[in-house]
Design a binder for this molecule. Structure first.
Ligand SMILES: [Zn+2]
Length: 108
């Protein structure tokens, strides 16, 4: 991440990163390097050492499912959102809306 955030910010950002992952996995199957690039575009400098364990964790907890595909002779793991993941994303959307309304709009 950009400026060596303290641990509270690290927690926040990890939450934001998980929401990004769920969101993108709800649109199309995603893979590690691609999501890393996408997160970089959003300003999160996250390493494969963070992204892969996060994807595995989300899979283990039932939010993502994994399919292996062979791409140019190499096995690549793709992740798509599950029912449980969609449910979590929907609940997060409501919370994000509420947070944005209060913190960004009200708080100005
Ligand atoms: Zn994104």
């Amino acid at each position: 991440m950009i400026m060596k955030p303290d641990s509270m910010l690290k927690d926040f950002f990890l939450g934001f990163i998980k929401i990004h992952i769920l969101y993108h996995a709800s649109k199309e199957p995603i893979y590690g390097a691609e999501i890393q690039k996408e997160l970089r575009r959003h300003g999160y400098q996250i390493s494969p050492g963070t992204i892969y364990p996060t994807l595995h964790r989300l899979k283990k907890d039932g939010y993502l499912e994994q399919q292996s595909r062979v791409v140019s002779g190499k096995v690549r793991n793709y992740y798509t959102i599950t029912e449980r993941g969609r449910d979590a994303l929907d609940k997060s959307r409501n919370k994000i809306q509420e947070l944005v309304t209060e913190v960004l709009e009200d708080g100005r």
